[in-house]
Design a protein around this ligand. Structure first.
Ligand SMILES: [Zn+2]
Ligand SMILES: [Zn+2]
Length: 891
């Protein structure tokens, strides 16, 4: 009776064995361990397929590196603060903390069941005061370093979540135009967005808010991307776009207003300055605010656009004028909502002839269109009906006429009214949240002293008990809120905003290094030695938020002197999406599959076998059952061996092939693990398992070789199917745990393993083709004749020569080759024709060995005798033999 492998039956046993032996604990005195990190999960209550894929990747790699001899740091923790916990608590009539703890218990069980091996002694939970006190401590450090700002800000407000949203948390509704920013001018537009969590339309409100000054790092963060060679290009591009660095010029326009002498407008198209026909201010611009105080029409307009998401190309003429610095012309000044406060300078020169938005504005307000650039190819323009936005040659531009756009941008900058400028789309990071379930911002508001940071000895400021309210819960916690001023001792109130949970995740990878360190968020010495994270794996949806914030924190900590690193992550892998019926799996779409549904380890094996980690793949029951069958195949190979035990102790000729293929498989699999190509690892192992099966049925297996093959199989599959591998290891009567065993090593040199495999595969193909073409049903004998040595010499000479060399001459200059006369010359001619296309080869003797070892495969497949030999002198067949392509004779 055949035995079946049942993961559920064994998983608890092996998890306990791993834990008992502390297999996954990274020693604190390790020297620069390999740091493998998966993005820690939000504590939503259950693992979904995206988690499984993410963590299967890190676990496979971490297990592989550990077996290969590295110290490995592979920790796990919980991103435990956040609004969904509040919502869930509300729905379930509990509090966010209880709900979160329940989720963590559940998810931890799930992770164990999957066989993921974490160093749980380093577990962190962001809602623990032991963790979030360091958010507060870091806040005060940033505060002292001038990296924290407080101020009135027009903020994105979700009326449904009753909270402020960061720009990055405002999403474009699906039906809206994707191109929100016109690349030419930096005018941009965030109106009309929806909340990233609930999809409600986002409003604008003015509130006092806390910010981290990430824009101080815009330039560094931008240029640092060039060096992140281990990051996907897509992520680097997303960050470049998000930072939105633009080089251009600031142009100063004098205005006819008593309190304001000049307005600066930023443009990337200074070459179009002669086409400016108006000046437009954002509704929040200082001058616009001043004008609103004086002018009812302006006041009314500013008010009206503040409460709408869709101000379109509306605007109001102000009655003042601006003097064009190059022409002296007086231009009308508008306040227009399409100009954003926080982009560029909050003012633009309107150039309707050469900018789409300015043109659209002009259409609505009946302003003149003046051409300043014309296409150089003479294709003409559709002005004034449509703008021409390309570069070209200057026209109607006074002394600059005839210059090319790029040259004109340089020359025009020499004018006293213009100066070079760089702007960024990146905004400061708004961290205030008017919610309960987050880190209290450690500030006390005192009437006399202003905002006073809570002193280090009074940290943490712990959350009060949960208050159920529709507003800001901390604001409603009256007793908690009342305190005294740390500076003067007077009655004062606590800040009631909590931090954006992205603060928690911006430095958690540092806490894992020294999770119990009591003097600081992390031990600097360990951090300097152990960072950067060697491999970080997570979803690409984090390209611009989390993955920018960890870079910002690392650089800020480095500048404050807490860390000696500028970038946190060496290699980043974004795992692709698991699709079902063509769509991303999700509960809301109802196409999700619970990780347990098909068995934990089967699921784990399948997500790794389906595709390269960065590629999307489709979940199919058929492929899942292939993964299941693969487990059974491996298990059966081992149980049949141990149950049957009819082996040979004397070796036979064909055993050498298995022994060599074991070496080749180790080499191939190791390479694939190094490159994170787990799907190819599994492909190799499937092939290897088939070979073992075939070998065992060809003849009684040679105990030494076959036993080693099965041990190697268990070792190589262990990072991917860890429970199964432990079962195999135990059945094979091996000592200890496979998870702690040494990575299998080849017995002999494997540099040429690919070529050896290729020789066997091609020769098999050739024999198949011949038997088919000549229609030989039952051959008597297959003869494989390996070429004479001089041909290998000739081949190597041709391969090493330059394409320009006289290859035939070089070959024929060799004394030994020359002896073979016309045959040699003909062979040299053919080599010269192939020139640079010559692949690497193995020599004649290893080729002979390789084919002799493989002879049983030919015997087995074609059912006849096989002779493998070297070419003899004056041998008819030998003439046809070429290096690594034996002559074949079938009789
Ligand atoms: Zn919302
Ligand atoms: Zn005070």
């Amino acid at each position: 009776m055949s035995r079946r492998y049942d993961h559920a039956r064994v998983q608890e046993y092996w998890q306990q064995a791993w834990e008992r032996d502390g297999v996954f604990e990274c020693p604190t005195d390790a020297e620069d361990p390999t740091y493998v990190l998966g993005m820690f999960p939000y504590t939503s209550g259950s693992l979904h397929m995206g988690h499984i894929r993410n963590y299967a990747i890190t676990d496979a790699y971490a297990r592989y590196r550990r077996m290969a001899g590295d110290d490995v740091l592979h920790p796990m923790g919980w991103d435990a603060f956040g609004l969904p916990a509040e919502n869930a608590a509300y729905e379930r009539d509990t509090d966010p903390e209880s709900w979160t703890r329940t989720c963590i218990d559940q998810m931890k069980d799930d992770l164990r069941e999957m066989g993921f091996g974490y160093d749980w002694s380093r577990e962190i939970t962001t809602c623990d005061p032991e963790y979030y006190q360091w958010n507060q401590w870091l806040f005060t450090q940033f505060y002292d370093a001038g990296l924290v700002d407080y101020g009135a800000a027009t903020v994105n407000w979700c009326p449904d979540c009753e909270t402020v949203l960061a720009d990055a948390q405002v999403e474009t509704p699906p039906e809206a135009d994707e191109s929100e920013t016109t690349a030419n001018t930096g005018h941009s537009h965030t109106h009309g967005g929806v909340c990233w969590r609930c999809g409600t339309g986002v409003e604008q409100r003015d509130l006092d808010q806390w910010f981290f000054a990430i824009t101080d790092y815009a330039e560094e963060l931008y240029h640092g991307l060039d060096d992140l060679e281990g990051w996907p290009d897509g992520v680097r591009d997303s960050q470049r776009n998000w930072i939105g660095r633009q080089e251009g010029a600031r142009v100063s326009f004098t205005v006819s207003h008593d309190d304001h002498e000049a307005v600066e407008a930023f443009t990337t198209r200074l070459d179009t300055v002669y086409g400016a026909t108006y000046l437009a201010l954002s509704p929040g611009h200082d001058l616009a605010r001043a004008l609103a105080d004086e002018d009812d029409a302006v006041a009314e307009y500013v008010e009206s656009v503040a409460s709408t998401d869709d101000a379109g190309m509306s605007g109001v003429e102000t009655g003042i004028t601006a003097t064009h610095p190059y022409t002296g012309e007086e231009l009308p000044v508008y306040v227009a909502a399409y100009v954003l406060d926080d982009v560029g300078t909050g003012a633009v020169m309107g150039v309707p002839a050469h900018n789409e938005r300015d043109h659209a504005f002009t259409d609505e307000h009946d302003l003149p269109v003046k051409q300043a650039v014309e296409p150089v190819d003479g294709s003409g323009t559709d002005l004034p009906h449509a703008p021409y936005t390309g570069d070209g040659m200057l026209t109607n531009s006074g002394e600059y006429d005839g210059l090319a756009s790029s040259a004109a941008r340089e020359r025009l900058r020499e004018h006293e009214a213009a100066e070079s400028a760089v702007t960024y789309r990146l905004r400061d990071w708004l961290i205030s949240r008017q919610r309960y379930w987050g880190t209290p911002i450690p500030i006390v508001h005192c009437d006399d002293c202003g905002h006073v940071p809570v002193p280090e000895e009074d940290l943490p400021v712990e959350l009060p008990d949960y208050v159920q309210t529709t507003g800001n819960p901390l604001d409603a916690a009256e007793e908690w809120k009342q305190t005294t001023c740390p500076d003067c001792g007077a009655d004062a109130v606590r800040e009631t905003d909590t931090m954006d949970t992205f603060v928690d995740s911006s430095w958690y990878f540092l806490r894992y290094l020294s999770p119990h360190f009591a003097d600081a968020p992390f031990d600097q010495q360990t951090a300097d030695e152990w960072l950067p994270v060697d491999v970080y794996v997570g979803g690409e949806e984090h390209a611009v938020l989390h993955l920018l914030y960890i870079r910002f924190f690392t650089r800020a900590l480095s500048d404050i002197g807490l860390l000696d690193r500028e970038e946190p992550v060496e290699r980043l892998i974004n795992q692709g999406t698991v699709l079902h019926s063509g769509e991303k799996m999700s509960k809301s779409k109802g196409n999700d599959i619970a990780p347990h549904e098909y068995g934990a380890e089967t699921t784990r094996l399948f997500v790794l076998s389906a595709a390269h980690p960065s590629q999307d793949f489709e979940w199919t029951v058929k492929d899942v059952s292939t993964a299941y069958d693969f487990q059974q195949t491996l298990y059966r190979l081992v149980t049949e061996y141990t149950d049957r035990t009819e082996t040979r102790t004397e070796s036979a000729d064909h055993d050498a092939y298995l022994e060599r293929e074991i070496d080749r498989t180790i080499a191939a699999v190791t390479e694939e693990y190094d490159r994170f190509r787990f799907h190819r690892v599994i492909g190799e192992l499937q092939r290897f398992a088939r070979l073992l099966g075939r070998y065992a049925s060809y003849d009684r297996p040679y105990q030494f070789a076959y036993g080693r093959g099965l041990r190697v199989l268990a070792g190589l599959v262990a990072p991917i199917a860890p429970f199964l591998a432990e079962e195999m290891w135990q059945l094979l009567d091996e000592d200890g745990l496979v998870a702690e065993s040494r990575w299998p090593e080849p017995l002999r040199d494997v540099d040429d393993y690919r070529i050896e495999r290729q020789v066997v595969r091609r020769t098999l193909d050739d024999v198949r083709e011949i038997t088919e073409v000549v229609d030989i049903d039952e051959p008597n004998e297959i003869e494989l004749v390996v070429a004479a040595d001089w041909k290998y010499r000739a081949y190597e000479i041709a391969r090493e020569s330059d394409p320009d060399d006289a290859i035939v001459g070089e070959i024929m200059a060799d004394e030994e080759i020359k002896q073979h006369g016309d045959t040699a010359a003909g062979f040299a001619d053919r080599l010269a024709d192939r020139g640079a296309g010559l692949e690497p080869i193995i020599d004649g003797e290893p080729e002979l060995d390789t084919l002799q070892q493989a002879a049983w495969l030919f015997e087995d497949e074609f059912g006849c005798d096989v002779v493998v030999r070297r070419a003899a002198p004056d041998d008819d067949l030998a003439a046809k033999a070429r290096p690594n392509k034996p002559a074949i004779h079938i009789s």
